[in-house]
Design a protein around this ligand. Structure first.
Ligand code: GSH
Length: 243
């Protein structure tokens, strides 16, 4: 049995972490039975979620989890893709995870209004008296990590410009196809859906969301992924379920 460790649904998203949502979709795509449990980053093998425990074997990081599922269960999420499409899928996935992700972190965590509307709710259990000190420390740490990664060295406008390019690229590549590479979802759809839903999340008022909302095909795609993978939801990220 597989257990996926998550943050738990938040902000109208299956999970606030696009990496957790990616793995959730991959697990659904795999057809393997699995359960989800709320995880703790302090107990996570790499200090981050997601990780899975599969019959006692612990695998951390969404990409290594994908590779584990494909190997152990003899799956290929990209079986219908050509070698060139697989290369494109990898590039899109890493653009989302290693670039767009940090722009979303900037918008959600470092903008005061969005922080109050969203991540602040994670600190509900911290006594009110020391909450500002704790959230201040966490946000300073995030700012430091963003500097280390590089995104945190750009101006707000530059960050939005980078994120917009990624979302435009999602929409252009998707075109009028139902899924990223055609009629059926492949591995990359787990990632594109997770990040597009994060960018479109109505909880946060950001220019990144406005950039995503300009693409009707991206919104329809999120709705299609909802219908396929989250049929119990009427909508996710403001995108109604679409068949
Ligand atoms: N490369 C990892 C990234 C996972 C990741 O960044 N997780 C974030 C949430 S979106 C996390 O757990 N952050 C907690 C922390 O850094 O303290 C993957 O693909 O799974």
């Amino acid at each position: 049995m597989i257990t996926l460790y998550t943050f738990g649904p938040a902000f109208g998203l299956p999970d606030p972490s696009p990496f957790v949502t990616k793995v959730d979709v991959l697990l659904k795509l795999s057809g393997q039975p699995y359960a989800t449990k709320i995880g703790d980053v302090r107990a996570a093998p790499k200090g981050k979620l997601p990780y899975i425990v599969d019959d006692g074997e612990v695998i951390a990081d969404s990409t290594f989890i994908r590779w584990h599922l494909e190997k152990k269960y003899a799956l290929d999420f990209d079986r219908s893709l050509t070698a060139e499409q697989r290369a494109t899928a990898w590039a899109f996935e890493k653009m989302a995870e290693d670039n767009l992700y940090w722009a979303l972190i900037d918008a959600w965590w470092l903008d005061d209004t969005n922080f109050k509307k969203g991540p602040l709710t994670y600190f509900q259990n911290v006594p009110a008296l020391i909450r500002p000190v704790v959230t201040g420390m966490v946000r300073r740490d995030i700012r430091k990590r963003m500097k280390g990664q590089g995104m945190g060295r750009h101006s707000g406008q530059e960050i939005v410009a980078l994120a917009t390019r990624s979302l435009d690229a999602f929409a252009t590549k998707l075109g009028d196809r139902p899924f990223f590479f055609g009629a059926e979802p492949s591995g990359v759809d787990a990632t594109i859906f997770a990040f597009a839903a994060g960018a479109l999340c109505p909880q946060f008022d950001t220019p990144i969301r406005a950039a995503a909302e300009r693409h009707a095909n991206l919104r329809a795609y999120v709705g299609r992924m909802v219908a396929r993978f989250y049929p119990e939801h009427d909508a996710i990220a403001g995108c109604p379920k679409q068949v």
